[in-house]
Design a protein around this ligand. Structure first.
Ligand SMILES: [Ca+2]
Length: 213
């Protein structure tokens, strides 16, 4: 059985062949390479492509969840498949708030590879509220350390952000988190009256190996 292995000399030879082929095709009026010439693409070297760090970002694994940690002052499971409103995609989403006096946190611990030059956090959100003046109820999106201390607040949604349809948010993080264990946390707080619901779906944290230009 053949074993895949990294072969730099073969790669160098193939790269040289590619240069020759490119030069030939670039020559005006010259015939195409002979039919018996074959150009092989090099191996794809694993380890530094874009990588999704979030498990079950769309919540489609349902309940019970092993990917997410949910804490609710009301004992809510947070991950939810009731409709309306629908999920952004699939049938499951996260539903924070939805009652008065709520403190809830939905979070996932992420191990950031030390090859990371940047992380792109994205998710879809929907806010519906009974509040008519603002802001009273909040959803904070935070990056926390392994001890649950907030390092960075990416976004604060409030009852003032109520929408009829899902909205996208995306944030690029620096390389400062490379090699660290961090936690992406959605933290909801509602006051004593006029409920607000915060819905989250399709959460993504993509790791890229190159810095921004
Ligand atoms: Ca979903």
């Amino acid at each position: 059985m053949h074993q895949r292995r990294f072969a730099p000399l073969i790669l160098a030879a193939l790269a040289a062949l590619a240069v020759v082929a490119a030069a030939r095709t670039a020559t005006v009026g010259q015939a195409a390479p002979a039919a018996d010439q074959t150009l092989y693409l090099p191996y794809i070297i694993q380890g530094c492509g874009p990588t999704q760090l979030v498990a079950d970002g769309g919540f489609e694994a349902g309940l019970p969840t092993t990917a997410w940690q949910a804490q609710s002052s009301a004992g809510s499971l947070i991950i939810d498949n009731t409709d309306p409103p629908p999920a952004h995609s699939g049938t499951w989403k996260a539903w924070l708030g939805g009652d008065n006096h709520i403190d809830e946190t939905l979070s996932q611990t992420l191990t950031v590879p030390d090859t990371s030059a940047r992380l792109v956090v994205s998710y879809w959100w929907l806010v519906s509220t009974e509040e008519s003046s603002h802001p009273f109820d909040t959803l904070r999106v935070e990056i926390r350390d392994a001890n649950n201390q907030a390092l960075e607040t990416l976004q604060i949604l409030t009852d003032g952000d109520a929408r009829a349809s899902y909205q996208a948010s995306a944030f690029t993080l620096s390389s400062a988190y490379a090699g660290q264990t961090i936690r992406l946390a959605f933290v909801a707080h509602t006051d004593e009256s006029n409920t607000t619901s915060f819905f989250i779906d399709d959460v993504s944290v993509m790791k890229y190996c190159t810095a921004l230009p």
